[in-house]
Design a binder for this molecule. Structure first.
Ligand SMILES: [Fe+2]
Ligand SMILES: [Fe+2]
Length: 332
């Protein structure tokens, strides 16, 4: 697994022209997500903060990535994915331990992320105990805000109701939402609710995206989170979203779009015009590469190899940059 980056300086990104608060997040959006961390949301940015450590800075644009991350006032957030709390099997005998390591790594990045996004499969079997455990664990992340999107493992048997009771406060429809910060517009989508039809958004959600994007200028950087990829990574295994092209069509007019997903438990990047897709790895267990096994089942690998397959992702953005700097790190 290698680290990779995307960052360069080009056309300045304009402001969304939305009713922003001090650092771009509307009060309503903040309140929406203040709930389950007991209202501990504090709007602070990096002013005065010294970036002491950008871990493991290798890659073609490492300098630019580090510069973006170190810039005072730059946006820095973290993506973790597929913690599968409750999983028991030889592919990882201690997923809670791995997720704890991932949280510790987030807390050791050398900067305080503006937010952390967990991109789904928080739990393995959607039980109340597993939801409570993962929620409790995530309170240990040193960040002001934690966002989530559901994975199909968080929607077992109840179309995501238990998930939304804990993580869906203030969201719309089946749990989707959007927010703005640091000049970037973020959209969090739900494409996992039907186990019969995995990778599906539905017309209500696509209408939401249409209205959500309508007022934005085309130079607003857009980040879209979903659990299942919005591109056809491997449809035979459910690694695609059958109606994603309707959303992709709405995103085409924007000069910079970054789609971040989980579900496939491995790094993968694909660029399609103005849109870059980044599949994230997991904190739990690896899945096979597309088509290299009869089915996408947990892979048992030697302990050292397991460590190398697991990781976290940090993302930096400096206002005016064209692209976000995406950096993947294996668990230390
Ligand atoms: Fe998963
Ligand atoms: Fe998944």
């Amino acid at each position: 697994m290698s680290d990779y980056y995307n960052s360069h300086d080009e056309a300045p990104a304009g402001d969304a022209g939305r009713p922003d608060t001090e650092h771009g997040m509307t009060r309503r959006q903040l309140l929406r997500h203040a709930g389950w961390f007991g209202g501990a949301v504090v709007l602070t940015v990096a002013s005065g903060e010294v970036i002491s450590h950008i871990a493991d800075s290798r890659g073609t644009n490492a300098g630019a990535a580090a510069a973006a991350a170190a810039d005072i006032g730059a946006l820095r957030f973290v993506q973790v994915s597929d913690s599968h709390i409750g999983f028991q099997g030889p592919a990882n005998m201690d997923v809670a331990g791995s997720f704890t390591e991932a949280i510790n790594q987030v807390n050791s990045l050398g900067f305080r992320p503006d937010f952390v996004m967990h991109s789904g499969d928080l739990t393995h079997l959607s039980t109340t105990g597993q939801f409570d455990q993962v929620r409790q664990m995530m309170t240990g992340m040193q960040t002001d805000r934690v966002f989530t999107v559901p994975g199909e493992h968080d929607s077992i048997g109840d179309a995501g109701r238990a998930y939304r009771r804990i993580f869906g406060m203030g969201t719309l429809g089946d749990g989707w939402y959007s927010f703005d910060t640091h000049g970037v517009h973020f959209i969090a989508l739900v494409n996992t609710l039907s186990l019969e039809k995995l990778g599906h958004l539905g017309n209500d959600q696509i209408d939401f995206v249409r209205k959500d994007l309508a007022g934005l200028s085309s130079d607003t950087p857009i980040v879209v989170f979903s659990h299942i990829p919005l591109f056809a990574m491997y449809p035979q295994w459910g690694w695609s979203t059958d109606d994603a092209l309707k959303v992709i069509a709405l995103l085409r007019r924007f000069s910079s779009v970054t789609c971040l997903n989980g579900h496939v438990h491995q790094l993968f990047t694909k660029t399609d015009g103005n849109i870059t897709f980044h599949s994230a790895t997991t904190t739990a267990y690896p899945l096979p590469k597309p088509g290299r096994a009869p089915a996408p089942t947990p892979q048992v690998v030697p302990a050292r190899q397991l460590k190398e397959a697991l990781g976290i992702r940090s993302v930096g953005y400096r206002q005016g940059d064209r692209e976000l700097a995406v950096k993947d790190q294996r668990l230390a």
